[in-house]
Design a protein around this ligand. Sequence first.
Ligand SMILES: NC(=O)c1ccc[n+]([C@@H]2O[C@H](COP(=O)([O-])OP(=O)(O)OC[C@H]3O[C@@H](n4cnc5c(N)ncnc54)[C@H](O)[C@@H]3O)[C@@H](O)[C@H]2O)c1
Length: 252
Amino acid sequence: MPFEGTTAIVTGGASGIGLAITEALAEQGCSVAVLDLQQEALDEQVARLRDLGRDVHGHVCDVTDRPGVEATVERVREEQGVPLILVNNAGRPLFRPFLGITLEEWQGVLDVNLTGTFHLCQVVLPGMVDAGWGRVVNISSSSTHGGQPYLSGYVAAKSAVVGLTKSLALEHGPDGITVNTIPPGFIDTPMLQADAARGRLGPGGVDDAIARTPVRRIGRPEDIAHVCVFLCQDESSYITGQVIGVNGGRNT
Ligand SMILES: NC(=O)c1ccc[n+]([C@@H]2O[C@H](COP(=O)([O-])OP(=O)(O)OC[C@H]3O[C@@H](n4cnc5c(N)ncnc54)[C@H](O)[C@@H]3O)[C@@H](O)[C@H]2O)c1
């Protein structure tokens, strides 16, 4: 139980990649606080994991709502202890031709994918600084490697997450805190399935994407969780400010 007694926060942990990260950290002994918008999915997953004996707490929280984030993190501190692992995973795409994006949509996609990460980092990092130890993993996107048509706002937000990650790593390295980002590529989650159903993966859909992936399979949420757990380990203290691609070789 390498993480016994360590509290972690995972945003967007009621589904897909965040859920797999929650499961993996809890399995290793972490007390995990899951912050998510979806009450029903959150209740269902937290109950399932608790039945397995995991120490997992669910909080309905919108990462874009600063007062809500502050109140939730305070509750986590009281109920589970000071969070020393933070996984900023909550996110959503905006699929739209660039010329059709409204200012409201642009700000909305930046709010969730970038400013949510800013809020959580600002609220959680002081506890890590006091403890002299912390792990932050930001989930960005493989679309940041080469750009993506019709996803300009999303790619802009996720690219900014990469920049934020690098700067925070430099600023808080002396505090014993590592900050890294995993840009996932093509992972089988409800988000990807929704995109495939709407034809957003192109005419060849999932099969075509697999054919263009060197390891010839779709990614699994566990592929990301595995690397996230690795980055959170105490032994990973010399890895910071890094972009660790997990994409089956689609981006090198
Ligand atoms: N699936 C992929 O192939 C892929 C590729 C690149 C990047 N990503 C990124 O990985 C992360 C997880 O994606 P996923 O595929 O598991 O998606 P998902 O839709 O299955 O899960 C996302 C979760 O985030 C939650 N969420 C969304 N907005 C939120 C908010 N404002 N506050 C709190 N929670 C919120 C949702 O309720 C959901 O439970 C996202 O940041 C996504 O951009 C995924």
